[in-house]
Each structure stands twice: as structure tokens, then as C-alpha cells.
Ligand binder design. Structure first.
Ligand code: CA
Length: 226
């Protein structure tokens, strides 16, 4: 497992390299966007830990750029501040998870392990719900004959709902299973609601048959009933 840690703070970078190394990962540190691009090409890493505040490039732009080259690579964002809007923007730009500095090292390792497990989960070819088709391998979605343009996070959400069609899915389940949030110290319901709202616009808007439903007091349910 090759990790690329993109972090310009030398002290943090050094402790991450050492700690993650001791946890059994091969770790390369890049201290700038330029170094990150170079290392990304050379190493083809399995997972990226990305500090958003870099000296030469906006972390969010770098994230988009790397995602274009490897749409499936797991990315964990490190942010200095815990602004909800920043988080949502980061997740929409294609991050799989984020940690707000200062964070506990054990928490980072737990998030990495969670993303590792997700990556190795066996997945079926296609999931079909009425006229919605999901391909978990190619990570594509279609409604009718139209491709739906989803962010990585939206796709994960839709896939999870689809895999639990006809079942009530709570926000807590989504936080844990899709976002890898295990600590309830972070208010996360709003973030999930924003993502679900965006997902609905893309999946259900304009269709008479709605597939994503709110279950009052519980969460959400995917299906044709209700
Ligand atoms: Ca920084």
C-alpha cells in the first residue's frame, strides 16, 4: 500500500511519514503541488492524504486535477479549519474523507483502513432499480438512457442506497458506511442532507417516478414504493 502524503508543514509531514510507516505503509511526502504531481505520476499511489493549504497551489484544485487522472483513488483531506462549507466543497471535489487539524493520528489510520476495506470489497456488475442503472466497477450511473454526472461521493451514496433498496437507511449509517465517520463529535447530518439533495436533483428531477425518498425521523429509502 503506497501512500502519498501531500503536506507542506514539515513537522506534520515528518510525523505522518514516521507514524504511517510504522503502521506498515510505504509513505512518500510531497511538500508542494509541483512535488505532488511529480510523485503522483511516478508512484501511482494507492491513497492520498492531502493538506488543503499548500504553498504553490490551491489544494482543492490539485484534488480535482489528481482525480481526473485517477477517478477511483481514495483521498483524505486535511483541513486546518472545520468550516462546514469547506468540508462539503472538499467532498464534492472528490475527497473520500477529511480530518480537521489537529487530529489524532489513530483517527487518520482508522480512516485509511476504512478506505482500504472499501477498495477491496467485491462488487456486482450492474445494479438496476427501475430505469436507474449503476455500474460499481466503472462507477457510472444512468437514468433511462441518460448518463448521470456524479461526484465520487455522490456515486458512493447512490450505490449504498441502491444496495439497500427498500430498506430504511439512517444518516448515521451513511456517515459511517459512506463517509467513514465513526465519531459523532462532528455534526454531520447537514453534510449528508446537502449531498442527498444534490443527488436527488441529478437522479430524480424531471422524472415522474422518484427513486430517493425521505423517511421522516429515520433517514432515506431508495425504491419505488412510498
Ligand atoms: Ca499547509
Amino acid at each position: 500500500m503506497q501512500l502519498l502524503v501531500i503536506e507542506d508543514n514539515q513537522r506534520i509531514a515528518k510525523s505522518l511519514k514516521q507514524g504511517l510507516g510504522e503502521s506498515g505503509y510505504a509513505v512518500t511526502v510531497a511538500a508542494s503541488g509541483a512535488a505532488a504531481r511529480e510523485a503522483f505520476q511516478r508512484l501511482e499511489p494507492d491513497l492520498i492524504v492531502l493538506d488543503l493549504g499548500l504553498p504553490d497551489v490551491d489544494g482543492m484544485e490539485l484534488l480535482k486535477e489528481l482525480r481526473q487522472q485517477d477517478p477511483a483513488i481514495p483521498v483524505i483531506i486535511l483541513t486546518a479549519r472545520g468550516e462546514i462549507e469547506d468540508r462539503v466543497a472538499g467532498l464534492d471535489a472528490g475527497a473520500d474523507d477529511y480530518l480537521v487539524k489537529p487530529f489524532a493520528f489513530a483517527e487518520l489510520v482508522a480512516r485509511i483502513r476504512a478506505l482500504e476495506r472499501r477498495g477491496t470489497r467485491p462488487v456486482p456488475d450492474t445494479i438496476t432499480i427501475e430505469d436507474l442503472h449503476l455500474n460499481p466497477v466503472q462507477r457510472t450511473a444512468e437514468r433511462g438512457s441518460n448518463a448521470i454526472d456524479l461526484t465520487p461521493r455522490e456515486f458512493d451514496l447512490l450505490l449504498f442506497l441502491a444496495q439497500h433498496t427498500g430498506e430504511n437507511v439512517s444518516r448515521e449509517m451513511l456517515a459511517r458506511e459512506v463517509f467513514g465517520i465513526t465519531s459523532l463529535a462532528v455534526p454531520f447530518d447537514n453534510i449528508i442532507d446537502v449531498h442527498i439533495s444534490n443527488l436527488r436533483k441529478k437522479v430524480d428531477a424531471g422524472f415522474e417516478l422518484k427513486l430517493i425518498h425521505t423517511v421522516r425521523g429515520v433517514g432515506f429509502e431508495m425504491g419505488t414504493r412510498l
